[in-house]
Design a protein around this ligand. Structure first.
Ligand code: URP
Ligand code: ZN
Ligand code: ZN
Length: 467
């Protein structure tokens, strides 16, 4: 099965040029001018369009139990929606709770994905306990099984959060293995105390979600995580960074030469805390942690992306339906399931509001949304770029079109979209995963279970495990 994509303009994190691409058995085998189209099954004319790597989203929560409910996209609906918006691989979070056997958690997450994911996926593990030999053995077993990154939480005290001694012990061990530790950086003690005070005062609307988790609380936790990682000699990756204080801490550490990296998410670049003051409980749609920040932080984050202080853009896709699930918090903001949809929006939002506005260039778009995440999370060079030997995870993108963002466009299994009514630019005309067409000009061509598990190894290329 050979395919040739002709006449397109290839854009990667570093290059931009016109060439044809030949794909054999799902892998890019040749890139060059005027490739012969004999002995080829399919020829695709990409004239006037860009040929870009499929997006890599390293922060998703599919089919996840959280705050008394489940995120509303599973591995089929979530990956299908992602592909519709130009993303062709993810790393999802397997979520453990204290005392749970890590191998069982991993088995469970693999079962959720198997037969459903429409493209290839890796898994991070949430490290929620590390204080017994069993827990430590479980972590090592996950690493053997292809989990080369872990997320830890300073927030969500008593549920997912871990205290410093356990965290430091974990970081020391991961440092020795060259495994990065990802951090949800919010000081859980301060959040807990502020939430309690608001609840006692009867301040229960979504606005108090933001007010109970101010940016300084994220800044403090980010600095603390950086200090722990520094003395543990461990690579640190800050997830969903939202604010100036946290970015300053990351920047300062990087300037000192510490291995600290950070991602932000489109919602933190696009919205300010005005969303929480919207009437009719509308603010619940943006209840996520960390919260959407006051005006000013957004421009600071855009500048951080442009100057390289932030290296990745992921979604933290964690959808809950407004009419049913978000209503669980009608009586108190503390009960609103935290999270929002975005897996299918990311590439388009970053093109529209980043590239088209001149805040970032096309190469930064590809780097932050595809190449850096693939590299950092051990999926490169299979994923994240267009090169001979890479998987043909390719998107044919028309930069000239316009559309209206919203629920109708997004394909998420969720009844609202954060960008409803906004004007977007560009279309993901054809989306391929290992050379197989998933979406063709808005028509679904894929099927459940086409994706395989990416068994990742620290510092190496991943092995693909089918089915
Ligand atoms: O509000 C969020 N971010 N929900 C998902 C869980 C997490 O902290 O990433
Ligand atoms: Zn988090
Ligand atoms: Zn998350």
């Amino acid at each position: 099965m050979a395919t040739i994509i002709t006449n397109g303009e290839i854009i990667t994190a570093s290059d931009r040029y016109h060439a044809d691409i030949r794909i054999d058995a799902g892998v890019i085998t040749t890139i060059g001018r005027d490739l012969p189209v004999t002995e080829v099954d399919t020829v695709i004319d990409a004239a006037g369009r860009w040929v870009i790597p499929g997006g890599v989203d390293v922060h998703t929560h599919l089919d996840m139990p959280f705050m008394g409910t489940m995120s509303s996209d599973d591995f089929y609906t979530g990956t299908r929606a992602a592909a519709h918006g130009g993303t062709t691989s993810i790393v999802d979070f397997a979520i453990s709770f204290r005392g749970q056997d890590y191998d069982e958690v991993l088995d469970n997450w693999m079962a959720k994905a198997r037969g459903k994911a429409v493209f290839d996926y890796g898994l991070h593990m949430a490290m929620t306990w590390y204080d017994t030999p069993d827990a430590k053995a479980g972590v090592l077993s996950c690493i053997e099984r292809g989990v080369s990154s872990f997320k830890t939480f300073m927030a969500y005290k008593g549920v997912l959060g871990v205290e410093d001694p356990e965290l430091f012990d974990f970081m020391r061990d991961m440092g020795q293995l060259n495994i990065p530790v990802s951090m949800h950086a919010e000081n859980g003690s301060i959040v807990e105390s502020m939430q309690k005070a608001f609840v006692e005062q009867g301040k229960l609307t979504p606005e108090y979600h933001g007010l109970s988790r101010p940016s300084g609380v994220e800044g403090e936790a980010t600095a603390s995580a950086i200090a722990l990682a520094r003395y543990a000699d461990c690579k640190l990756y800050i997830v969903h960074l939202t604010c100036q204080e946290a970015l300053d801490a990351v920047r300062e550490a990087r300037q000192r030469g510490q291995a600290v990296y950070a991602e932000t998410c489109p919602q933190y670049l696009m919205f300010d805390d005005e969303v929480y003051r919207r009437p009719d409980f509308e603010g619940a749609k943006w209840v996520m942690s960390p919260p959407i920040r006051p005006k000013g932080h957004q421009d600071y984050l855009w500048a951080g992306l442009a100057d390289g202080s932030l290296q990745a853009v992921a979604t933290d896709h964690c959808p809950f339906n407004f009419e049913t699930q978000k209503q669980m918090g009608r009586e108190s903001f503390t009960k609103i399931p935290n999270g929002a949809p975005g897996i299918g929006d990311r590439m388009g939002v970053m093109y529209t509001f980043g590239v088209k506005t001149g805040r970032i260039d096309v190469h930064k778009w590809i780097d932050t949304c595809c190449t850096f995440p693939a590299r950092f999370f051990d999926m490169f060079p299979r994923k994240g770029t267009i090169a001979v030997g890479s998987d043909a995870d390719i998107v044919i993108f028309d930069p000239t079109t316009a559309y209206t963002m919203g629920v109708d466009k997004s394909e998420h299994n969720c009844d609202y979209n954060a960008y409803e009514g906004m004007q977007g630019y560009g279309s993901f005309d054809m989306v391929f995963s290992r050379g197989r067409l998933l979406w063709d000009h808005g028509e679904w061509k894929g099927s459940a279970g086409m994706g395989g598990y990416l068994k990742r190894r620290a510092g190496g290329a991943p092995e693909l495990v089918e089915g």
